[in-house]
Design a protein around this ligand. Sequence first.
Ligand code: ZN
Length: 148
Amino acid sequence: MDLKDLYRDVIVDHNRRPRNFREIEPPRCTADGHNPLCGDKLRVYLRLADDVIEDVAFEGSGCAISVASASMMTESLKGKTQSEALALFERMHDLLTGRESAAANVSELGKLAALQGVREYPTRVKCASLCWHTMKTALTGGQTVTTE
Ligand code: ZN
């Protein structure tokens, strides 16, 4: 199995069985994200304990890439501080838009690296990055975000 097959399998698995697909009751941070280009709509929930993300979840509907990306994001954010989460947002933004070049850095992202293939499909970049923009909006006190 080559790396591309492996990446595809990770995305298919997270789309079929999204992790942390649920609501988090208040107190929480939440924001809605919308990608009109594809029709993806996600709501991201975060619960903070001091500065640490104690719980993170999402709901919504969208294409396989948007759902798999959100599922993987929730797994990667639990236990991170707010500043670590925002730094990861920047890393993912660079990965998805092709600015993250060194393969060694990509391997540090673990499963999230599975999404790097979308950079070859510009219309899919917004699908994969929607959850990250929504998470950032929730963390920084916003309500809604759209990719347009
Ligand atoms: Zn989409």
